[in-house]
Write a protein that binds this ligand. Structure first.
Ligand SMILES: [Zn+2]
Length: 270
């Protein structure tokens, strides 16, 4: 190898190392246009501007990932809990307050089985569009905090905004309350694949393929345990993915452990 080639090789290796160390948090999966989800550039800007409060992934040092499920609990959730128990995988649920009140037994079961529970608003609006005078907090966030308090005996420190939408003022307000906003780096788009494929096996294999393609160390993976025509394909995909990802050397953890942040909001006076 000539001196020129050797220098080039060293430069390439050096730049790869740099890229690994300096890549800011970003969404790995392709964005599905026109489906009312927050744009990747908005997520990435907010993750950079509000580091420590607004997360889309972990630092990327460890081959650990956090599976997350949104919108439940629902009638589909117990089958998912059965699977997770069998596989000894703990996940993070971002649940709607209205469903927490409707399915208190499922909430308590998930908690007893070691899963982490977090706030996903009360009834799933675009929070960033709610007027500033505290409505988003009082009617959506606080109501859900109270639902968790009533059913599970604690108030979550983590929240995930529906569709990923929060404005900067709301992120600052969460920071003031000692809370964190948890977004995602791998969007399974399970809702989209289930909607597009009436056949469960087809939908499930699409969900699997997306996650297999884009998984990375310290990923936060977005899936859903409620909504649409049911979430059976999501559960089928999860069942197939757990052994596959383990074989690839990945371990499963919860979002709080991945990011080293609290699960329960510290309420003043407690
Ligand atoms: Zn949602």
């Amino acid at each position: 190898m000539g001196i020129f080639n050797r220098t080039l090789l060293i430069l390439i290796l050096w730049s790869l190392g740099q890229a690994g160390a300096q890549t800011p948090p970003h969404l790995r999966t392709p964005f599905i246009e026109d489906w009312g989800q927050v744009k990747p550039e908005t997520l990435e800007r907010q993750a950079k501007a509000f580091a420590g409060t607004f997360f889309i992934e972990g630092p990327g040092d460890r081959k650990e990932i956090a599976l997350t499920f949104d919108d439940g609990p629902s009638d589909d959730t117990p089958a998912l809990l059965d699977l997770l128990k069998k596989e000894n995988v703990k996940v993070t649920f971002f649940w709607q307050g209205q469903n927490v009140l409707q399915y208190p037994e499922i909430v308590r079961r998930a908690l007893a089985e070691g899963h982490v529970l977090a706030n996903h608003s009360f009834s799933h609006p675009n929070l960033s569009k709610m007027e500033d005078g505290g409505m988003w907090w009082d009617y959506q966030m606080e109501r859900t905090q109270q639902a968790f308090q009533k059913v599970a005996g604690f108030q979550p420190a983590m929240m995930r905004p529906p569709y990923g939408f929060l404005n900067d003022k709301q992120i600052k307000s969460l920071r003031d309350k000692g809370m964190t906003a948890i977004l995602w780096s791998v969007d399974s788009a399970d809702w989209f694949h289930i909607w597009q494929n009436s056949q469960d096996e087809m939908a499930s294999s699409k969900i699997e393929a997306v996650i297999k393609q884009y998984i990375h160390p310290e990923a936060i993976v977005l899936m859903h345990d409620s909504g649409g025509r049911g979430r059976k394909p999501t559960i089928m995909a999860t069942k197939a993915l757990i052994p596959y990802l383990r074989q690839q050397g990945y371990g499963f953890t919860t979002v709080d452990r991945l990011l080293n942040i609290p699960v329960r909001q510290a309420i003043s006076g407690e």
